[in-house]
Design a protein around this ligand. Sequence first.
Ligand SMILES: NC(=O)c1ccc[n+]([C@@H]2O[C@H](COP(=O)([O-])OP(=O)(O)OC[C@H]3O[C@@H](n4cnc5c(N)ncnc54)[C@H](OP(=O)(O)O)[C@@H]3O)[C@@H](O)[C@H]2O)c1
Length: 347
Amino acid sequence: MEIRLFSAMDYLDKFVDASSQLVNAYPVAASLILGLGVIGIARFCYRTLSVFLQIFVLPGHSLKRYGAKKGAWALVTGASDGIGKEFAFQLAKAGFNVFLVARNKETLDAAAAEIASKYSVSTKTASIDFAKADDAAYESLSSNFQSLNVGVLVNNVGKSHAMPAYLTDTPKDEIADIVSINVNATLKVTYSVLPGMIQRRRGLILNIGSFAGSVPSPMLATYSGTKAFLSTFSSALGEEVAQHGITVEHVNTYFVVSKLSKIRKASLMIPHPAPYVRSVLAKIGLPCGAAYSRRPNTSTPYWSHAILDYAMTAIDIPTFFISYTHGLHKSIRRRALKKMERESKAQ
Ligand SMILES: NC(=O)c1ccc[n+]([C@@H]2O[C@H](COP(=O)([O-])OP(=O)(O)OC[C@H]3O[C@@H](n4cnc5c(N)ncnc54)[C@H](OP(=O)(O)O)[C@@H]3O)[C@@H](O)[C@H]2O)c1
């Protein structure tokens, strides 16, 4: 042990000697390298500190700015379950009337009744299947909220693949449904709600995205592409409407316990919808983990998701993340197929 310590000290001495010889020989170059190193370290420390302050200390915009407790409505798509249902409850608690949208009228009405019994706000529901909706269905949906003062829109509805698969093995209707739900519904509902927000010079639009949008995800290529759309769309629209006092935020989400994720147990990295949505609503306007990701109008607010996003931005080796995700999805598909085989044998 002592011998090792001595030899490590020896190497250190040699390194210091060689460094001082270099500094003496090339003082300008050495100072430049040292200066750049110090700037790099200071920049990293500043960024890390600012990200941690945003995640753990700084408050986001107050929801009052968007009409909480002033009679404004919050419109939430995919509001009968999972993250969307939690948005409906927490926005009602914050003082918004809530308009819940999904396919199943019964579950929507049950959620609306529970909200109305818990909080003194008004509720409305509308049933629509975004996978099949035509122009008439969208017109009928928007006729429900044209006269309402919508302060918050949560474009939450989303669909992923039944299991990871290469594009050519993915059913055509699954691809079409994912695009219709994740892209068209967001565009069309936003298109209906935005003119009223512009007129009132007030509004918050939350587009619920996924890490699959920031890390291209092989074997979930369609879902991944639709979620990447949300990021670029939010950056562009956010700049368009900032002049009207409207905030657009793409909410970057890692896993959350829900039917869509097929995860039932919460963990450090996988919260239940309640703490997840609390973090989103507490950090409006703060990019948190997405602060240095070159994705304006994106926020990664949940603390463990935020640290992961920031670490991935700092490491910055996209090809590594893509190939890791590919391997992961190959193994998920293998296990899903085995499970299906077992189940079909058991029948
Ligand atoms: N959970 C995660 O780990 C995770 C991770 C990243 C991103 N996200 C995103 O978070 C959002 C919410 O996901 P979630 O996990 O909360 O999903 P979820 O629990 O499966 O809930 C989906 C909601 O959307 C509604 N819905 C589904 N298909 C619909 C359709 N065709 N037309 C209208 N409504 C429909 C469902 O109600 P009906 O069945 O009654 O229609 C339900 O209210 C999605 O955009 C998802 O991509 C989730």
